[in-house]
Design a protein around this ligand. Structure first.
Ligand code: GLV
Ligand code: MG
Length: 346
């Protein structure tokens, strides 16, 4: 077992020290771009003003013949664009693929100082994180990087779900994780071809009452995994996210899936289509009515102790903490978004 003291030691001589606290950043949507596509790359400077995180995708959805082009395009884009307060991430190819090693070495070598987070797909256990952790430390030392690059795992294999707590606590480099419902469905042999969301056949049937038609209630296929992921992340002090929603034509279902994840503790989701940026912004910015109520609680109990009644509802230490979660997030949103700041009136 690694001793606690060693946990925060650099893994390579000359590498920047691991972070003790994650940077406080708004990450409501992680917007995926295919970096081999020149037209898409040309729009990134404009995109930077609309999203919280721009992610250059190198993995699934990038054709094999475009893998090298995507890596080069990402480096070009990272060099050319000023990302300001917007996060710059990349999703590298899986560790067992022919591309992963060059993805990491070339990108960190060329633009390591601009890269915030590497998203690592198909993480099965802490061993995958340990490998990338060590490799990144060596590269950070070689290229004299100033800050550590963080790792975001995709939870998308049955084995990964089984090991989720060990993955979350594998390294101080862990930023968080996202649910990957497509690969996870395949890995578990779930019988769905959808990317996230519900399934009409996954339901509970009301009891029979004579010959009357029986109501059916659709259930949430992802509830168990999101709950498990949120608990593992909260325990480790890292951030949970919902991943992709594949049906771009069904914005209502996308919004519902995102909101379920938000209510359960997730901080953001992936946007794979421009229409999903606004959905994520709406869902992952707390509701102004909720923020106003949270403010009432904190104003009534400035030190968080005791008990008071507000609008007929009991408030105590625990609801004060709930209110703080909502208020802290609202402040983060308000600092970035003047329109939301006005609606929150903080
Ligand atoms: C995402 O990568 C997924 O497999 O859902
Ligand atoms: Mg996947």
């Amino acid at each position: 077992m690694k001793l606690p003291r060693q946990f925060f030691a650099s893994l390579a001589i000359g590498a920047p020290a691991p972070l003790r606290e994650l940077p406080v950043r708004l990450e409501r949507m992680i917007h995926f771009v295919p970096p081999h596509n020149e037209k898409v790359r040309a729009k990134v400077p404009e995109l930077v003003r609309q999203v919280d995180v721009v992610l250059g995708n190198l993995e699934d959805a990038i054709p094999v013949e475009a893998k090298q082009g995507a890596r080069k395009g990402f480096i070009e884009m990272a060099k050319a664009v000023d990302f300001g307060a917007t996060g710059l991430w990349t999703r590298i190819n899986a560790l067992n693929s022919p591309w992963a090693l060059d993805d990491v070495t070339e990108i960190v070598g060329a633009v390591g100082n601009k890269l915030d987070v590497i998203m690592l797909p198909k993480v099965d256990g802490p061993w995958d994180i340990h490998y990338l952790d060590q490799l990144l430390a060596q590269l950070e030392a070689r290229h004299k990087l100033k800050k550590p690059i963080l790792i975001h795992a995709i939870l998308e294999t049955a084995q990964g779900v089984n090991n989720v707590e060990a993955i979350a606590t594998a390294s101080p480099r862990m930023h968080g994780m996202s649910l990957g419902p497509a690969d996870l469905a395949a890995s578990r042999a779930m019988k769905t071809t959808r990317v996230g969301g519900g399934h009409p056949d996954y339901k509970v049937l009301a009891d029979a009452q004579g010959d009357a038609p029986r109501a059916a209630f659709q259930q949430d296929l992802w509830h168990y995994t999101i709950a498990k992921m949120v608990d593992a992340c909260a325990t480790a002090g890292i951030k949970p996210f919902y991943g992709p929603f594949g049906d771009f034509s069904d914005s209502a279902a996308c919004e519902t899936q995102f909101r379920n994840a938000f209510l359960m503790g997730c901080l953001g989701a992936w946007s794979l289509h421009p229409s999903q940026i606004e959905i994520a912004k709406k869902v992952f910015s707390p509701d102004p009515g909720e923020v106003a109520f949270a403010k009432k609680i904190v104003d009534a109990m400035p030190d968080g102790a005791g008990a008071v009644m507000i609008d007929g509802k009991m408030q105590d230490d625990a609801t004060w903490k709930q209110a703080k979660v909502v208020l802290d997030l609202a402040k983060l949103v308000a600092a970035k978004d003047p329109e939301m700041a006005a609606r929150y009136a903080l």
